[in-house]
Ligand binder design. Structure first.
Ligand code: DGL
Length: 261
């Protein structure tokens, strides 16, 4: 699995809970984060390089693209280049949000890259055409927020969350009752986002559904064991920062290694 940085650890957390006997190899491309404000071709090239490394050096059975931006910009190319490899992507949870929302007023926080992608436009169009009630999605590009979470910068994370929640309130109005966290970094700011949004807004992310989907895809090759396997952590950036993030958010104690691509 990979992400632009530490955000995909929110997906790893769900995977470890769902599939404790599975060995996960987590790649953080922190030297190239954030992806959300990069050109799609550049993101796609990084994703191809990391996937090739995971196959060559770790003989993976399946790949989880633990990043909404990379899924939007690179998953089709990954599937085309690796037709024999099951590839599971992460997309903003519009469908679960639509099912949950009573008012139909839904906020979506994601990167500019995700919200501007053709894949997101199709996802939105599918939800609107399948809707059995009136739905209104207010989409907020959150420039800088993944980066602030990546750097564990509490002051910047707070300032950006305040700015984007207040922009969403303006756009969606007081009846917004559901907020989609459409970037895997954002669950690490969920306490703050919940406080800013208030108790009547439910936050929705995709960690648990992606973990269930991964179990389905792995099928009979799933090792059933309650004994947790320690994940392997690799990064193109600072190894200490990734080790510390895994310890802080997942209580995983292991030393991250440099990614050689
Ligand atoms: N965590 C990623 C996502 O889900 C990418 C954030 C970024 O690098 O901009 O979109």
């Amino acid at each position: 699995m990979f992400d632009s940085g530490v955000g995909g650890l929110s997906v790893l957390r769900a995977l470890l809970a769902e599939l404790p006997g599975t060995r996960f190899v987590y790649v953080a491309d922190s030297a190239h984060a954030p992806y959300g404000e990069r050109a799609a071709a550049e993101v796609a090239a990084r994703c191809q390089g990391m996937t090739a490394h995971l196959r060559d050096a770790h003989a993976i059975d399946a790949l989880v693209v633990a990043c909404n931006t990379a899924t939007a910009q690179a998953i089709d190319g990954l599937r085309a280049n690796h037709p024999d490899l099951p590839v599971i992507g992460v997309e903003p949870a519009l469908k679960p949000a639509a099912a949950h929302s009573a008012s139909g007023r839904i906020g979506v926080m994601a990167t500019r890259g995700t919200l501007g992608s053709a894949r997101f436009a199709q996802l939105l169009a599918r939800q609107m055409s399948a809707a059995t009630k009136s739905l209104n999605f207010s989409c907020q590009p959150c420039d800088g927020l993944a980066d602030a979470i990546e750097r564990n910068d509490a002051a910047a994370t707070m300032a950006l969350c305040e700015r984007y929640v207040s922009a969403l309130r303006e756009q969606a109005g007081p009846d917004m009752d559901t907020l989609v966290l459409g970037c895997t970094h954002y669950p690490f700011a969920s306490g703050l986002l919940s406080r800013l949004c208030g108790a009547k807004v439910t936050l929705v992310d995709t960690g648990a559904p992606v973990a269930r989907r991964t179990r389905e895809v792995l099928g009979e090759s799933v090792v059933s064991s309650s004994q947790a396997m320690t994940p392997i952590l690799l990064t193109s950036g600072c190894t200490r920062a990734l080790s510390q993030a895994a310890q802080r958010w997942l209580s995983v104690h292991t030393t991250a290694e440099p990614l050689p691509v």
